[in-house]
Design a protein around this ligand. Structure first.
Ligand SMILES: [Zn+2]
Length: 160
């Protein structure tokens, strides 16, 4: 019983922490870009399962998702392909193992923490995807109202 209570307490603390972090992010940023990771598949990888389970990635993503919707902000899920290997500055492929924590690009000279480099790529992809969704909406709205492409470009400027 005591052990079960301790586990319950840890679960609650973790949940509380994730709620608070998600709220912080959503209050601070208008757009949140995330890798569209297949958590279920990753949990089957015994090397990754423990660390993913410990940080409760799925729960955190759910919190972020409903909080962004509630507050009228934007969440974009992007293709995770090569986000750890590409250079966020010049997009050159810089291969590295999981143990290499620094991204050092021989092409453009960028030296940066590997996670920060990945985060920049994920943000770039998110902004690009969001922009193209705006463009598509503008295009559809334009054609539905019989408006010209100038109006569509005008609404792009508002987004910028
Ligand atoms: Zn580079």
């Amino acid at each position: 019983m005591k052990i079960a209570k301790i586990h319950q307490k840890i679960r609650n603390q973790r949940k509380d922490y994730l709620q608070k972090e998600a709220t912080k992010l959503v209050n601070t940023y208008d757009l949140i870009s995330l890798e569209d990771l297949k958590i279920e598949n990753m949990m089957q990888n015994r090397y990754l399962a423990k660390s993913i389970g410990n940080v409760s990635w799925g729960m955190f993503r759910n919190f972020l998702s409903y909080k962004t919707v509630e507050s009228g902000k934007v969440m974009v899920l992007v293709n995770p392909y090569n986000t750890t290997q590409l250079c966020s500055e010049c997009e050159e492929k810089v291969e590295k193992s999981l143990a290499m924590r620094i991204h050092s690009c021989p092409n453009c000279g960028l030296v940066i923490d590997r996670d920060e480099n990945s985060a920049k790529i994920i943000l770039k992809r998110g902004l690009k995807k969001f922009q193209s969704s705006i463009d598509n909406t503008a295009g559809l709205a334009g054609s539905a109202c019989g408006e010209t492409s100038i109006e569509a470009q005008g609404s792009k400027k508002i987004v910028n």
